[in-house]
Design a protein around this ligand. Structure first.
Ligand code: GLA
Length: 395
């Protein structure tokens, strides 16, 4: 069988619903039943990379894989995840600890400032998302937590408020200078659609995505806090300041057009020029990609994905050799296109291939990769799934 080797075998972790696992973890840890459960998806970004914090469009898709939290109001704050043996009692006002619980603490602090948190809660978490794979496990965690904890306080936050709480938790509390793409798709996604999100206007447009997307994990983990993403963001802010000297009203880099690039080449310090070129060309590519997807022109969409990857490689310098290799292999074996998805510097590649041979294409990629790197990449597929939801507590 051509595709039996590299595809991930469904383990208990990926087969059981995270809500079910979180609920039983809660019950076995805290010796009582949870009163609330919620879950939220990770995302794969089809295209529109590093545009969300530059006022441009993004085109993400919610994954079928989710993070769930089950909880109950309590006198203290205590958290447990499936990967740890014991619940951790947490002081919400103590300094952050550079641990996964920082994201939860961030959400609780933000909810508290809205009067939407109880005075304490015990919470159990479970996920079937890979961590550090650029598939937004952090937004799945913050969005699911914001939903569950606000419900424990008896509040129903609007979708916009959920996005804002999750964004502020990551940006202001944890200190990752992210944009709002991940939280927005994790809240607003609808089954069977990608979401074109124009970040400067806030306009959302669902674009039907009936088929499957394939994920090929590079196996190289990225860590965002204080790292390369923050550095790129600083470079973009610096570039915007230079651009404003000749375009005083400019609000975002994504407002520039490809016709402005020669002038940018003359005015900006050389290292900043390719960063701006990526943002400007990616903005145009993302809108074209949404139109191509809406029109069912998958070859055009695939070509735009590959051009997007090349722009990340050459101009934004956020790819890694493993991802470049996977994209080249995907194209060689007949995919419509592929690109590194998410922040980069590790993570996963999204592959779009004709439905009738997609599994074969992905198996070939696995084989090429194994020859080159002496290990099989983890690969799996997903359909476009839906955003955050309250879960009924399983018996
Ligand atoms: C991370 C951030 C997002 C976005 C991407 C790059 O995932 O959380 O807001 O900036 O990187 O497109």
């Amino acid at each position: 069988m051509p595709h039996s080797t590299s595809r991930e075998k469904p383990s208990n972790l990926t087969r059981l619903s995270p809500a079910r696992v979180a609920t039983s973890l809660f019950t076995s840890t805290f010796a009582t039943r949870p009163t609330v459960a919620a879950s939220a998806p990770g995302r794969v970004n089809l295209i529109g990379e590093h545009t969300d914090y530059n006022g441009g469009p993004v085109l993400p898709v919610a994954l079928e894989r989710r993070t769930a939290v089950a909880g109950r109001a309590a006198q203290r704050w205590a958290f447990i995840s499936g990967t740890e043996g014991e619940a951790q009692a947490i002081d919400i006002d103590a300094p952050m600890r550079s641990a996964w619980t920082d994201y939860i603490v961030g959400v609780v602090r933000e909810l508290r400032s809205l009067g939407a948190a109880p005075s304490g809660a015990e919470l159990a978490f479970s996920t079937n998302l890979p961590l550090g794979a650029g598939l937004s496990s952090s937004a799945a965690l913050t969005v699911a937590t914001a939903k569950a904890v606000s419900l424990l306080a008896g509040k129903r936050l609007s979708p916009a408020a959920l996005v804002e709480v999750a964004f502020r938790a990551e940006y202001h509390q944890v200190g990752v200078r992210c944009g709002r793409m991940d939280q927005t798709i994790s809240v607003h996604a609808e089954t069977g659609s990608a979401l074109l999100f124009e970040t400067s206007s806030g306009v959302l447009r669902l674009v039907p995505l009936p088929g499957r997307l394939w994920i090929v994990e590079t196996g190289v983990s990225h860590r965002l806090t204080g790292g390369a993403l923050n550095e790129r963001r600083r470079e973009c802010e610096e570039a915007l300041a230079f651009c404003r000297e000749w375009r005083p009203g400019l609000a975002h880099l994504a407002q520039l057009s490809p016709g402005d690039l020669p002038e940018i080449g003359r005015r900006l310090p050389p290292p900043l020029v390719p960063r701006v070129r990526h943002v400007v060309t990616e903005t145009a590519r993302t809108r074209s990609a949404a139109d191509a997807l809406a029109a069912g022109e998958l070859s055009t969409l695939g070509r735009l994905l590959v051009e997007g990857h090349e722009s990340l490689r050459a101009d934004y310098q956020s790819t890694i050799p493993e991802a470049d290799f996977i994209v080249a292999s995907a194209v060689k074996h007949g995919a419509y296109g592929a690109r590194l998805t998410g922040a980069g510097w590790g993570g996963a590649v999204v592959v779009l291939a004709p439905a009738e041979r997609e599994a074969r294409v992905v198996a070939e990629i696995g084989r090429d990769f194994e020859k080159q790197y002496q290990r099989l990449p983890v690969t799996w597929s997903t359909r476009a799934s839906r955003g955050v939801r309250r879960e009924t507590i399983p018996d």
